[in-house]
Write a protein that binds this ligand. Sequence first.
Ligand code: PBG
Length: 326
Amino acid sequence: MSFPNHRPRRLRTTPAMRRLTAENRLAPADLILPAFIREGLTEPSPISSMPGVVQHTTDSLKRAAAEAVELGVGGIMLFGVPAVRDAQGTASLDPDGVLNKAIRDVRAEVGDDLVIMGDVCLDEFTDHGHCGVLDADGYVDNDATLEIYGRMAVAQAEAGAHVLGPSGMMDGQIAVIRQALEESGHKNTAVLAYAAKYASAFYGPFREAVDSQLKGDRRTYQMDAANRREAILEVELDLEEGADMVMVKPAMSYLDILADVAAMSPVPVSAYQISGEYAMIEAAAANGWIDRRGAITESVLGIKRAGADTVLTYWASELAGWLKES
Ligand code: PBG
């Protein structure tokens, strides 16, 4: 009787055997929770396209941060939704503006027990919804925007952010932010560069989350989904400019990019499982079409397996809770 020479199934026979031989593992410390705070709210406000995610009040944000610490989550990435917007995104620079105040409040709540990150980008603060300021032709003005990013970075560092996350895809943004931080005495504030960030249809629900005013798209600054090699160029530039960590975004439709970046990056690599990825799984699960917990766990594990050291995911705290119990 003939028999297979190799039986890979031997290592799959029991849960204990599978656990022992797993090549990758998820840990709460790898997870970063993106969170929204909206100015002037008295109650947390649900985001309809992201069931389970809310726009926070100061109090509910502090509670979410404290819970993340409890669960062993690695970090929190803060996004602010201001009450008033203008063409220059002025509210981003106000030390008492919604995002800077949230950074200060969360830092006061959790201290150094959670890595506090701030979104350095203008899209939540501008009345046209673009990630930078516009020139006379309505084109996003790269260098005028850089000047504002530098000041925004200093304001967030002063508020107590441990890490800054520039997400606007302006050329030279990491260098300008690094220089502004050094000159203002914030030499230990780290930069997580959104290095390879693609123009994506999957950002849809985020635009609701931040009440985005955007008409049109971001294709003149975010990357084209067709491009793979270009991601390496973007990462190399950000490393040259002083990035401490680099990110690929979105995650699930860009796992090839993530694997490429993980293979060449000498610094930790993040991936952002974005709002549309969250919404798809929640919607399918709500219809009973997929197993919610299984799909969430598998999706984040897939991102880890492709090469991410850390994963930004709206499920960070819930997933950390599951990991703790198992
Ligand atoms: C821009 C920004 C976006 C996201 C994070 N930062 C939106 C965009 O580029 O249009 C999207 C995150 C998500 O979809 O979950 N500041």
